[in-house]
Write a protein that binds this ligand. Structure first.
Ligand SMILES: [Zn+2]
Ligand SMILES: [Zn+2]
Length: 130
């Protein structure tokens, strides 16, 4: 699959049952529909983040096209105290995270430091995930 932002080919990283498509040029990440929920399982605030997601109609950010169907995606907001603008395919293909956005979500989700998933994510994203 090619990165919807810079068109480079993305690398598939497997984390248990979740396939993370990561672009190493712009550091963006694509998660298929339902994978964010899977990824955040076991974190303290993951569910809260999922429930916090709302459409963001007034965003001035340039739309990103879905890497699966090519349709312009919808802007959504995720998070409570700090909201992050993400792009979601209306055809339910998945969610696009610009470089650094998934790291922020993972940090907000609050995994314990000894959590296994958190350990993997740190390996993938390095020290950007605190
Ligand atoms: Zn890219
Ligand atoms: Zn799509």
């Amino acid at each position: 699959m090619n990165c919807p932002k810079c068109k480079d080919s993305m690398v598939v990283l497997e984390l248990k049952d979740v396939e993370i498509d990561k672009c190493f040029s712009c550091n963006g990440v694509w998660l298929d529909e339902g994978e964010l929920e899977q990824l955040l399982q076991g974190s303290k605030l993951g569910e809260e983040i999922i429930y916090s997601i709302i459409p963001h109609k007034k965003s001035k950010e340039k739309p990103v096209k879905c890497p699966v169907c090519g349709k312009k995606m919808t802007k959504i907001l995720a998070g409570r105290s700090e909201s992050i603008v993400l792009d979601k395919c209306e055809n339910e293909h998945g969610i696009w995270f610009d470089g650094g956005e998934l790291e922020k979500i993972i940090y907000m989700a609050d995994f314990g430091v000894d959590n296994e998933i958190y350990g993997y994510l740190r390996q993938i994203f390095g020290n950007k995930v605190k």
